[in-house]
Design a protein around this ligand. Structure first.
Ligand SMILES: [Zn+2]
Length: 353
């Protein structure tokens, strides 16, 4: 399995995030990816490559998933932030005002001139700092996702996009949950555009893949499945319930499997069985796995109790689907264990593939 490495990721290094009224150090740090690289050196799965950036091709792939006004915002955000106040160069951009989603509460169709307002318009939380290198790092991640798709379309059984910032919370026109570009959705769309007819996205991160669900909610050609902490108590709170089944042509093509905080591997594995059954019934011909490792018992911001050895079994089960598979790197904040857990999952997949 080839690993596509995002060489630009460390340009995105947030100082602090807002958590319940106080500023705390960011959980989503460059060291996460370094631990995965170190473990991959110790237990190699295949070649490690930084994808060459073809700007036009990359922009076209991003534009298949994200709106033009959103990517234009991201591309210029840092310069506008500093233009508001030169002192902003020393602090990250965080939103502090948001339009509610209710149709008659606030307008979202009119683009505000005020940058602080646009920062809120295109986001859903204050935990996702944006800085000078965010856009380059996010684009570098999307390039990895795209290169991983190329590998699989070229006949490889699987490929791993080792990216950060993560992506699965980012929607068509919003960031949040540490995510700016939805790498898994970009990969799924690129697989469709590359000739795969029915693509499944199986999100195993602790948190609901709200961005991916939103992007494909009205489509029948991409099945979105997510196993996650129950949004009644767990982030991102406002999406991820079991009764969200898709809409319009996409009715029946979204499956949420929320589980209570404290869920152990036996119960989690049963939900994975349900997810794999749904994928088989859908008759998918390619798979994207947003691979979060924050289901780990030691994760500081999550609540399941999977152990490091369990990830071998997760990988084996995913390989059992028998599909060309693209992995994107998502959450996992027990930083010194994230490398072991990620490589365990991928090694389990390789062994059974
Ligand atoms: Zn997560």
């Amino acid at each position: 399995m080839k690993t596509l490495h995002n060489a630009h990721h460390a340009l995105h290094q947030g100082r602090e995030e807002m958590f319940r009224g106080r500023m705390v150090p960011c959980h989503e740090v460059p060291a996460r990816l370094d631990f995965v690289l170190t473990e991959l050196q110790r237990r190699p799965l295949g070649a490690l490559e930084a994808p060459a950036l073809d700007d036009a091709e990359l922009d076209a792939a991003i534009a298949r998933v994200h709106s033009a006004r959103y990517t234009a915002f991201l591309a210029g955000a840092w310069d506008e932030w500093v233009a508001m106040d030169p002192a902003n160069a020393l602090r990250d951009a965080l939103p502090s005002v948001w339009p509610l989603g209710n149709r008659h509460a606030f307008r979202t169709d009119v683009l505000p001139q005020n940058f602080a307002a646009r920062l809120g318009l295109f986001s859903f939380d204050s935990g996702s700092p944006l800085m000078a290198g965010t856009w380059a790092a996010a684009r570098g991640g999307a390039a990895c996702a795209l290169a991983a798709v190329r590998e699989v379309l070229g006949g490889a059984r699987s490929a791993f996009a080792l990216t950060r910032p993560p992506g699965h919370h980012a929607g068509p026109d919003f960031f949040g949950g540490y995510c700016f570009l939805n790498n898994a959705a970009i990969a799924a769309q690129a697989l469709r555009d590359g000739g795969k007819q029915r693509v499944a996205v199986l999100d195993v991160d602790y948190h609901h893949g709200n961005g991916t669900q939103t992007i494909f909610y009205e489509r029948a050609d991409v099945l979105t499945v997510s196993i996650h902490g129950d949004p009644a108590t767990e982030y991102p709170f406002f999406l991820g319930h079991a009764d969200e089944r898709g809409a319009g042509a996409g009715e029946g093509f979204n499956l949420n499997l929320p589980l209570p905080r404290g869920t152990n591997f036996t119960t989690w594995r049963a939900a994975l069985g349900q997810a794999l059954d749904a994928m088989a019934a859908f008759n998918a011909d390619a798979l994207v796995v947003p691979m979060g490792l924050d289901t780990f018992e030691g994760d500081p911001i999550s609540g399941f109790t999977l152990r490091s050895n369990d990830y071998f079994a997760v990988g084996e089960a995913l390989a059992g689907a028998g599909l060309p598979t693209v992995f994107t790197f998502e959450g996992g904040y027990a930083v010194d264990a994230v490398g072991t857990n990620a490589v365990n999952l991928l090694e389990g997949f390789e062994r059974a593939a």
